[in-house]
Design a protein around this ligand. Sequence first.
Ligand SMILES: Nc1nc2c(ncn2[C@@H]2O[C@H](COP(=O)(O)OP(=O)(O)OP(=O)(O)O)[C@@H](O)[C@H]2O)c(=O)[nH]1
Length: 901
Amino acid sequence: MAKPRVHEIAKELGVSSKDLIAKLNELGEYVKGPSSTLEAPVVRKARDAFPASAAKPAAKAAAPAPKPAAAPAAKPGAPKPGPKAAPAAEQVEAPEPARKPAGPGPKPAAAKPAAQAPASSDAAPARKPGAPTPGPRPAAPTPSDMPRPRPRPAGNNPFSDRNAGPRPRPRPGGNNPFQSPRPQGPRPGGAGGGRPGGPGGAPGRPGGAPAGTPGRGFGPRPAGGAPGGGPGGAPGRPGGFGGPGGRPAPGGRGRGGGTAGAFGRAGGKPARGRKSKRAKRAEYEQQAAPSIGGVQIPRGDGSTPIRLRRGATLTDFAEKIDVNPASLVTVLFHLGEMATATQSLDEDTFEALGSELGYVIQIVSPEDEDKELLEDFGLDLDAELEAETDEDLEPRAPIVTVMGHVDHGKTRLLDSIRKADVISGEAGGITQHIGAYQVHTTHEDVDRAITFIDTPGHEAFTAMRARGAKVTDIAILVVAADDGVMPQTIEALNHAQAANVPIVVAVNKVDKEGANPAKIRQQLTEYNLVAEEYGGDTMFVDVSALQGKGIDDLLEAVLLTADAGLDLRANPNKDARGVAVEAHLDKGRGAVATVLVNSGTLRVGDAIVAGTAHGRVRAMFDEHDNPVDVATPGRPVLVIGLTSVPRAGDTFLVADDDRTARQIAEKREAAERAAQLAKRRKRISLEDFNKALEEGKVETLNLIIKGDVSGAVEALEDALLQIDVGDEVDLRIIHRGVGAVTQNDVNLATVDNAIILGFNVRPAERVQDLADREGVDMRFYSVIYRALEDVEASLKGMLKPEFEERQVGGAEIMEIFRSSKFGNIAGCLVRTGKITRNAKAKVVRNGVVIGEPTIDTLRRFKDDVTEVKDGFECGIGLGKFNDIQVGDIIETFEMVEIPRD
Ligand SMILES: Nc1nc2c(ncn2[C@@H]2O[C@H](COP(=O)(O)OP(=O)(O)OP(=O)(O)O)[C@@H](O)[C@H]2O)c(=O)[nH]1
């Protein structure tokens, strides 16, 4: 009744457990070890694979008998006499040209008379140049005999150099194990031949890893072609993909272990958990599932939808279709893409994979994703709003954004509106800029409030909308009467109309000579804004922001427009929901955010989450800088107590408790990171330039060069232009300049698919974030030839990412203390991340790196500490480096290996 174990079946078949496991792995069954149990279909497979033995169960009896001496007699094709004999048998068979590259290395698995039962799917790869001679000769790995049908960009190689055998130092010369062993025919697609052992060699196969790597990637240096592994490793078997199931090969470790991990670890857990399911389905799969690259995956019918989140991984996909993630790694590999099971992939990759397997991939929109995320916490904001009845709802203030062409008077208008506030008159005016303010006006004898977003212009409006925040109820379109409708006037009205936001037109500067308000009315009719006096439904109000004239009329028009067309009511009796309209880090108060309550009531003490920031409301202030305890719908308040700074347009909500708020924030952050990582794959990086080139996606490598001094920029540019790039590709420097890398540089890089090279400079504030979000590759160098080397290597398709500096923290020098004992001590405020003792640092002055010392001493007050987090002050000693000034930024770094993607 009990399921048979591997060693029992092996015994029955007269082979060693190892051989059996290896064979099963070839057949796509992931078996962990000799004592693993086998399901019936797998047993059947095993028997089919060793028919001779199975046919003669008597072999069982024979099995123990033969002595090693019998080995040489082993005929290819005969059932193997016994485990001991195997190595010998292998030697006999070694030269056999027909041998698959299957089992490299010295293990019996390879030597098995597999010729007899080469599972169809792994029939010899298209190219099997006898190379994988498993013998002990290290021979073969000469670059020349490893045809390279299609150079692979080194880019997406998950096997980093640390896997690559005993080589002294990675060369940009492309130690990419995948470059060469790629099989011919880029996409074998279906089963069999295509099995490009490339990566397979690595995981687990004895000798595979070390040998596989040097095989060719090194080009001129076939380095560690480890004896025994020889070239055999390179075309390793797909068995390697079985990593999760149980790296079958004994000894497939050592250096190669790390390699295996790249796949093995990834798929490991799920594979285990799913094992029994898998086994249950095995029979079905066997009949119904097609085999791609030796793995069997149930197919969709071409229209089966699969919903995936942005930045999903192969493991996520595998879970949806209930297969082993490692199988998807294999299939994807056959489609010409390398990815680990836990790596975030972009939509295109999933689409390619989905269509290969008969699924339609639907990537969940960010909004839906967030909705689902909140639902996990029992929050359904839409349902909450729907459930509200008339009794729950109370009137709230309309929220207004001022837009218009540059210099038409937006800022001035907001100023005069502030001054027109009846309450301000009493309270002494609006004293602080908090990103939004509320004014009161008397309308039809009733005191009414209107909330203004204090960031004029449609850029902020659009940025918030892009984040899914519907903040504005009404737009005031400012048009200068002396200037008329201008391009940004039209842009602004298009944005408002697209968002379905009613418009009130403020015809400004009517005090000016030459002002022609009638002309504005007439011009705007072309854009569907027809003034009431012309029979339309848009209110036009003539104002002079400078003189404060017409402001009351404008406010009245806003209220009339609101009352005419909008249902401005909200339920104040629930937890607050709203939007962050502005936020920044304040020296004394930490993260400070202006939020606008859309519904519910926000109270001091509430646990809130805004975008990926969370915290507890410690205090709230209004635009008069008065502390407030509650904020009702329509009310903007400044909130103190968030642990980090949200972005303008991030929605906020009150959660049940701190823990929930934190968890929501963390989940959002993880989702965002995954989405970013996926996006990052998309844009071009130096590593995948060559691939993009091949695919005809680019013909030009666009570069932007920034440096600390013009001489360096010129030198770098000259040197770059001298690189011999051949005919296929053009190297263009689309922009160069002196100073820090700015947002503009990144934007330019985004548009032109360029790579930014920084020489002795750093990105300006927030620029790194932007580049990460946009997937722009920025590289920083302090030695010109390193930059040249990278570019050259990338042009040749051999760039190997190595280590990159990752910023860990940044601190601003606020004060300098002279100490005779310690030299200059920088009194700093940590602005971002954390500062750790002994960390490598850069001192940046006005965006230029002026020195690279190490954090020698780190103190909080009198105490030596090992790290100081953002928001705290500390004293930093930089050893002998004393050239510091107030205002310099000390950035700390760690060296991290760039993940291959
Ligand atoms: N004569 C006159 N000048 C005005 C009036 N309103 C604004 N101005 C002037 O126009 C210029 C531009 O005004 P801003 O309020 O800065 O214009 P803006 O639209 O906010 O400009 P940007 O912020 O650059 O987009 C300033 O010099 C104002 O003093 C007005 O009603 N009459």
